[in-house]
Design a binder for this molecule. Structure first.
Ligand code: ADP
Ligand code: MG
Length: 546
């Protein structure tokens, strides 16, 4: 089972205490029964109350404040709050103009909110409810509860919250909320089930699978599909939405993270969605990209569209002050596809192409590209164990960028110069320096190896013993020099350098890294060969003619 720092019930109580302490200007916690109220309860407006199971943060407490909710009622993780909690929150929030409940469509929530509504009515409080049921895939199950409520809840909270702040009456707010629900649809997909505090994840996915149509309680989706690029997944998700609710301009697009999705991935999905909607002739006039309704630490996202009209858009744009309303684009969002910059051949590449490459050098680099490709995963794994894991992907990128032609060493150097990380630029420098000593005599080779290692030491600041590629570079240069001094052949010098690099690379496993990301893991990297040094040995080994 996935480990957590605290248990589920502690997480809810202590999390809410911390949240309310940090945001004391906005919210206050009532502990028994548990609910979160605006720090300064509003007067003379309809009170908006929402709630549901915990584990969906920032929903709901994150949206308590001016222009959204008056109170939020958190249950246990993935479990509805009690009717007592809901009633207490409603009575505390009521300012004499009635209470609008915003309820996600789950049986427990529906029942407890309905019971609380009855009890409040008995006490003379006017109550209306908006039931949110935007999740398209859950409708396909034809089950009695109907569609689940997800991200449209936040849209209702924002739009009705703004209207309530302007003093609109309860009946109008209920109508407005219903309009948002009618015009919203959502769909989710995940690449990993979230963990639960108390249970095993509800599903396991293979590396090549995506769970499509997931909800927000870690439950299985409607379809298990083969992994596809994010762009295609986003298109599929938009198809699902459009099949259920024909899209009409302008729309609001919400890209929601399910808890363990990086902001970069969400932005990427948003970019694809904007481009795809643009292709379909749909204007996206408002967008929000954020974790809004999560499912603990589920790795995935959901997309929501709301068909806007002038009034909905106006309420959307109204001022709001809550703990978690951030980063929203309130202005129009251009729906143009971002154009990736095209990579043009630079001077060095052009110069390299003009030079005649030696056949031996070309064969050497060809062998290297093949062998390094075969071993990229293994090297990436070494970096994962002793550093941060980007070495393999970076190496693959470099190999993929290699274009034969001209001086092969220079061409490979250009390929490495095009990738990030630490190893890329250092290898580029090393190769470019080395290019000058290939095809000469053993002395020139040894000299080139020595100069190349010096350049890397100068630029990277690593010395022998720091557990880096330098550990293989320096002994290789020394071994080649010994062959040159003994009047050996170029082939012998190449072989000696390769063998020395190989031994030295192997010995890096006994060292502790003092440079690069590997230095952050310190002792934990002991026993692991340095991937950079290993790659140098592989490279020099490819110079040995078979
Ligand atoms: P990062 O350390 O930034 O994650 P990479 O994963 O691209 O960089 O490359 C890691 C390799 O780079 C290491 O195995 C090591 O051989 C080499 N390296 C890291 N820092 C240095 C340095 N300062 N000088 C020489 N080589 C280095
Ligand atoms: Mg790395």
């Amino acid at each position: 089972m996935t480990r957590h720092l605290v248990s589920g019930s502690e997480a809810v109580n202590d999390g809410l205490r911390g949240f309310c302490a940090v945001n004391a200007d906005l919210v206050a916690l009532h502990e028994d029964p548990r609910f979160v109220l605006r720090a300064e309860p509003a007067t003379d407006k309809v009170a908006l109350v929402s709630g549901g199971g915990s584990g969906h943060e920032p929903l709901h407490a994150g949206f308590v404040g001016v222009g959204m909710l008056d109170a939020a009622v958190p249950g246990e993780v993935f479990s509805s709050p009690s009717a007592d909690q809901v009633r207490a929150a409603m009575l505390a929030a009521d300012a004499g103009r009635g209470v609008l409940q915003i309820v996600k469509n789950y049986t427990g929530d529906v029942i407890n909110f309905a019971l609380a509504a009855d009890e409040c009515r008995d006490r003379g409080v006017e109550v209306a409810s908006v039931l949110v049921d935007d999740d398209v895939p859950s409708a396909e199950r034809g089950s009695t509860p109907g569609r689940r409520g997800t991200v449209a809840t936040v849209l209702v909270e924002k739009i009705c919250g703004a209207a309530a702040e302007e003093g609109r009456p309860l009946a109008e707010l209920a109508e407005l909320g219903q309009r948002v629900v009618d015009r919203s649809r959502s769909v989710g997909a995940a690449v990993a089930a979230g963990s639960n505090f108390t249970a095993e994840p509800a599903f396991e996915l293979g590396a090549d699978e995506i769970e499509f149509g997931v909800g927000i309680h870690g439950e299985r989706g409607t379809d298990r599909i083969r992994t596809e690029p994010l762009e295609a997944l986003v298109r599929r998700m938009l198809d699902t939405l459009a099949d259920d609710l024909p899209l009409e301009s302008p729309v609001l697009l919400a890209v929601n993270g399910l808890g363990a999705t990086t902001p970069l991935e969400l932005d990427a999905a948003a970019g694809y969605a904007l481009a795809e909607l643009d292709r379909r002739g749909i204007e996206v006039s408002r967008a929000i990209v954020d974790d809004l309704v999560t499912s603990l630490d589920m790795r995935g996202l959901s997309l929501t569209v709301l068909l806007l009209d002038d009034e909905l858009q106006r309420w959307w744009d109204a001022p709001v002050q809550t703990a978690h309303w951030r980063g929203t684009r309130l202005a129009g969002v251009p729906a143009a596809q971002p154009k990736p910059a095209t990579i043009t051949a630079d001077e060095t590449t052009a110069a390299a192409a003009e030079e005649e490459g030696s056949e031996a050098a070309t064969d050497w680099i060809d062998r290297f590209v093949e062998r390094a490709g075969e071993r990229a995963d293994e090297l990436g794994e070494l970096d994962r164990q002793s550093g941060d894991g980007d070495f393999g992907p970076n190496l693959r990128t470099a190999l993929g960028r290699y274009r034969a032609g001209g001086d092969a060493f220079v061409a490979l150097s250009r390929a490495f110069a095009g990738v990030g990380g630490t190893s890329g630029p250092l290898l580029a420098l090393w190769l470019r320096t080395l290019a000058r000593g290939i095809g000469g005599d053993p002395g020139a080779y040894a000299e080139a190896l020595r100069t190349a290692a010096d350049r890397v030491r100068e630029l990277g600041g690593a010395e022998v013993g720091d557990k880096t590629m330098v550990d293989a570079m320096v002994p290789a240069a020394e071994a080649a020099q010994r062959v040159a001094d003994a009047d050996g052949s170029l082939d012998e010098a190449i072989r000696a350098a390769a063998e020395a690099a190989d031994r030295a690379a192997e010995q890096t496993s006994e060292l502790v890294a003092r440079r690069g990301r590997g230095s952050y893991v310190g002792e934990a990297g002991r026993g692991v060969v340095d991937p950079g040094a290993r790659l140098i040995a592989i490279f020099l080994g490819c110079g040995v003619r078979p």
